[in-house]
Design a protein around this ligand. Structure first.
Ligand SMILES: [Zn+2]
Ligand SMILES: [Zn+2]
Ligand SMILES: [Zn+2]
Length: 153
């Protein structure tokens, strides 16, 4: 399991800089995602948050919190799967680029990568040549991660 403490304290610093609040519930939702390498659905997130809680979070609050965390780019939504993943740059100070995702078909782990903006522009122009005017700038590419390749070798 990931030690999420340092990551969450960087997020707290970012919240202070941005003048927003990481409430206990926002923190809890983010913590669930930081500790998980695979993407989770809102339902799965709610289940984990509520696992040992006397005061369960309603699904609506989970969605609202996820919207907030997405706006801040603390989490991302995989559009094809409709699942959420924590940003891999939570402790970084640099500017956030358009995220692209690699998804392992075997263990479901997700890696966030930054493609150069020229690669994204090349894709947009190829799409436009094929008659697609507006394409998602978020790529979600399936494959096998190196851990699974080695495990199967
Ligand atoms: Zn990110
Ligand atoms: Zn980074
Ligand atoms: Zn894998």
């Amino acid at each position: 399991m990931v030690n999420s403490k340092n990551i969450l304290s960087s997020v707290e610093e970012k919240c202070v800089e941005r003048g927003i609040r990481l409430t206990p519930r926002r923190r809890q939702v983010l913590d669930v995602l930081v500790q998980e390498e695979a993407a989770l659905s809102a339902y799965e997130i709610a289940q984990r948050c509520n696992a040992d809680s006397d005061n369960p979070m309603p699904a609506m609050s989970v969605y609202r919190i996820l919207d907030f965390l997405q706006e801040q780019q603390f989490v991302h939504r995989l559009e094809t799967a409709n699942k959420y993943i924590s940003c891999s740059h939570l402790s970084c100070a640099h500017e956030h680029l358009q995220p692209q995702f690699l998804i392992c078909n075997s263990c479901r782990r997700v890696e966030e990568i930054d493609l150069s903006s020229s690669a994204v522009a090349a894709m947009a122009s190829a799409a436009s040549a094929a008659g697609f005017a507006s394409i998602s700038s978020q790529l979600e590419v399936n494959g096998l991660c190196d851990r699974c390749v080695h495990a199967n070798a």
